[in-house]
Design a protein around this ligand. Structure first.
Ligand SMILES: Nc1ncnc2c1ncn2[C@@H]1O[C@H](COP(=O)(O)OP(=O)(O)OP(=O)(O)O)[C@@H](O)[C@H]1O
Ligand code: NI
Length: 260
């Protein structure tokens, strides 16, 4: 469904009036996301995960220079994501829940999201799918717990039934129960035939809900693994990349030893 080939991303930096330099944030990145699968993109803070999402959606600032190809359902989208695709066929669940309008009730925001994307369904049904009762329609974002706000965001974004859902740290700040609920909802999107790019720095939590894992470090793809290969408390011998093995051994419960 989504195919990225040799994607590089640099930012132009201006130093004074005449001097200009460039800083590379993504280098030569290639990956695919197929219909029906959850691809987790894991990496430390600053690895370039959000930039990858923004590159796919064409949301980079003007000083960004990209190279390479991004193809969605057979169409090149790296020269700008056509408006008909963004928000409808490809949707982003943003990293910040502050994307909810603080001055509008949940019900109104859902209605607007449905209208904007010409999606079908009633707000109350959509909320129910995310484990939220009808009373939530009348609430303002400040009345929502972190877990509820995440689910409302997810409900708004997935109301349009996009083919590709890009979720940027959708579980940040959630307790394990809410975290797993959000991850299961994303998994459900893939099981219904959609594709999910799940950006996370919590690999351990994402693994049970993911099919494959792309490991990003300093803007480089340094491992593409089958999620099932992260198993047991052993050495992670089934994993292909040394970085993945080191990461696996460093997870709590596996010995805490990233250097072994
Ligand atoms: N507009 C920009 N201009 C220059 N550098 C940027 C810009 N946006 C992001 N960066 C830098 O690019 C790097 C990657 O940023 P990105 O937001 O993709 O990280 P991330 O992997 O999503 O991290 P986190 O887990 O903290 O969200 C960071 O060092 C960041 O400071
Ligand atoms: Ni990020």
């Amino acid at each position: 469904m989504l195919s990225i080939r040799h994607l590089s991303l640099r930012f132009r930096r201006y130093q004074g009036l005449l001097r200009q330099s460039q800083v590379t944030r993504l280098s030569d990145l290639s990956l695919d996301v197929a219909a029906g699968e959850v691809l987790a993109v894991a990496g430390a803070s600053g690895a370039g995960k959000s930039l990858l999402a923004h590159a796919i959606l064409g949301l980079l600032p003007p000083n960004a220079i990209t190279e390479g190809a991004i193809t969605f359902q057979g169409r090149r989208i790296d020269q700008g994501c056509p408006p008909g695709l963004r928000g409808r066929r490809i949707a982003l669940v943003p990293q910040q829940i502050s994307h909810l309008d603080p001055l509008a009730r949940v019900g109104d925001q859902l209605t607007w999201a449905l209208r904007r994307t010409k999606a079908k369904g009633a707000p109350v049904e959509i909320l129910a799918r995310f484990g939220l009762g009808p009373e939530v329609l009348r609430l303002y974002p400040r009345h929502l717990s972190g877990g509820m706000a995440r689910r409302v965001l997810l409900a708004m974004v997935s109301a349009a039934a996009p083919d590709l859902l890009i979720a940027d740290e959708p579980t940040a700040g959630l307790d394990p129960e809410n975290r797993d609920m959000v991850l299961a909802l994303l998994r459900g999107h893939a099981t219904r035939g959609g594709a999910v790019l799940l950006i996370t720095h919590d690999l351990a939590a994402a693994l049970p809900f993911s099919d494959r894992v792309a490991l990003l470090r300093d803007g480089e793809l340094c491992g593409m693994e089958d999620a099932r290969d992260f198993t047991g408390t052993g050495t992670g011998a089934a994993l292909c990349s040394p970085f993945a093995r080191a990461l696996w051994r460093a997870l709590p419960g596996n010995g805490f030893d990233a250097n072994a």
